[in-house]
Design a protein around this ligand. Structure first.
Ligand code: S3P
Length: 460
């Protein structure tokens, strides 16, 4: 039975959290660890190599160490699939996982269950399509089974892959691939990554061009691991045949999860929330760029202690409460950098003065649920003045919100967005179907309580 969450109006949000680790980065860290060289395959170079001891070559260690991975269900799906495929996974503690690549990728037919995770399904498809001997059927839950997979099967077929499925199940029989030049019709990091990962298994040069730059975690991690990539505006090229060694990576916090409490901080006067070790990759910080535009004279956020982890910028981010909330616009190239934050930004817009316009965000219709339809329906039920458009929403504000019962439609980001909406609404907001919050933010309710002092009721 799916759980319900009951939320009432709260006071200010104050305090410090380490947000859950980044979902996109955890998936990639797990997959790239499983794809690294095995000890027997290679030696650390004799000169200038980190493994050179007294001038003697030592085999490169085959085990990667991932610190602070996201323990949410989506990333667990990736881990389980990698184990089925032959990788060795050791969970050392809640904050450390060791991964050793397979000695031999599994050759008997396997079923890989990606649960709710689109990233697992799409990136794994790119990886497996080029591994000869693989015979995999990739499945997912009801929501994932409705999402478009033609966007990856089509370019992979162009590369010569034996892959089928416009929606899950995706069937793959691994075989030799050829390099392509691919013009992606969507700005999607999952599509880009799937094609680049497949490109590594060709003997040519693969290029992916996208209409706008999507999150560039794959490119940054590849570069940090020593893979030679060429980036020209929105085009990325990679030569096949490149390999990398095992690595250690501490996964920074996820800005898409932090965004719920960033918005809570903007909505509640006297708030101030500090997010420690937050990933601030510029292709993900659209939400901070938006706040900078909304509050040009009122610095509502501050970044400090900036450093890098495997090519990914990380910082402590402090967000306060502004004097006034102005309406805003989200469109064009901004969209990919804050696509996952749009549901919570729509909640924010209901309290902003003026008309907020969100457009060019048609991708929201093919996320875990149709986020345009569900956000509009739920916010209307709470009293907002909101209209859905084909590619976004128009929201007039400010309008007071009142508590009612809303359904998350099994979408983690919708569940959390309406929990935050409940903290400014009158009466009681009941959010149904909140189990899915575990996919990306298992500590959400605890952090809500730590920051606001309010203890939501969780009903099984
Ligand atoms: C992701 C890319 C985005 C994002 C998703 C995670 C990734 O999806 O919405 O939550 O890890 O590559 P698209 O690539 O489909 O835009």
């Amino acid at each position: 039975m799916a759980r319900r969450l009951i939320v009432r109006k709260t006071g200010a949000f104050r305090g410090t959290i380490r947000p859950p680790s980044d979902k996109s980065l955890t998936h990639r860290a797990y997959m790239f660890a499983a794809l690294s060289r095995r000890e027997s395959d290679d030696f650390i170079p004799a000169v200038d190599g980190p493994g050179v001891v007294g001038g003697i070559q030592i085999p490169c260690p085959s085990t990667s160490i991932i610190n602070y991975p996201l323990n949410g269900e989506d990333c667990e799906s990736t881990l389980n699939c990698l184990v089925t495929l032959g990788a060795e996974v050791r969970r050392i503690s809640a904050t450390q996982v060791h991964i050793t690549p397979p000695i031999r990728w599994v050759t008997e037919p396997v079923v890989l269950d990606c649960g709710n995770s689109g990233t697992t399904m799409r990136l794994l498809s790119g990886i497996l399509a080029g591994i000869e001997g693989i015979d995999a059927t990739i499945i997912g839950d009801e929501s994932l089974s409705r999402r478009p997979m033609g966007r990856i099967t089509k370019p992979l077929q162009e590369m010569g892959a034996d892959i089928t499925g416009d929606t899950a199940p995706v069937r793959i029989r691994g075989k030799a691939l050829r390099a392509i030049q691919y013009q992606s019709p969507v700005a999607s990091a999952q599509v880009k990554s799937a094609v680049l990962l497949a490109g590594l298994r060709t003997d040519g040069r693969t290029t992916v061009t996208e209409p706008a730059l999507s999150r560039d975690h794959t490119e940054r991690m590849f570069t940090a691991l020593g893979i030679d990539l060429d980036t020209q505006e929105n085009s990325i090229s990679v030569n096949g045949g490149q390999q990398w060694n095992s690595f250690e990576f501490t996964v920074p916090g996820d800005i898409s999860s932090a965004a719920f409490f960033m918005v809570a901080s903007l909505l509640h006067p006297q708030s101030e929330v500090t997010f420690r070790e937050l990933g601030v990759n510029p292709s993900r910080t659209g939400v901070l760029d938006l706040f900078a535009k909304m509050f040009p004279d009122d610095s509502v956020f501050e970044l400090k202690d900036t450093h890098e982890e495997l090519g990914e910028p990380v910082a402590t981010v402090i967000i306060g409460a502004p004097k006034i909330l102005p309406a805003f616009e989200i469109a064009g190239e901004m969209v990919p950098a804050l696509i996952d934050e749009i549901p919570i930004l729509a909640v924010l817009a209901t309290q902003c003065h003026g008309t907020t316009v969100i457009r060019d965000a048609q991708e929201l219709r093919v996320k875990e649920t149709d986020r345009i339809a569900v956000v509009t329906k739920n916010l209307k039920q709470m009293g907002a003045d909101i209209t859905a458009t084909d590619d976004g929403m128009i929201i007039n504000g400010p309008t007071p919100l009142h508590g009612t019962t809303v359904d998350s439609s099994g979408d983690h980001r919708i569940g959390m967005s309406f929990a935050i909406a409940g903290t400014i609404a009158t009466g009681e907001t009941i959010i149904e179907n909140v189990d899915s919050i575990r996919t990306s933010y298992p500590e959400f309710v605890r952090h809500l309580t730590e920051l606001s002092g309010f203890v939501p009721e969780v009903i099984e």
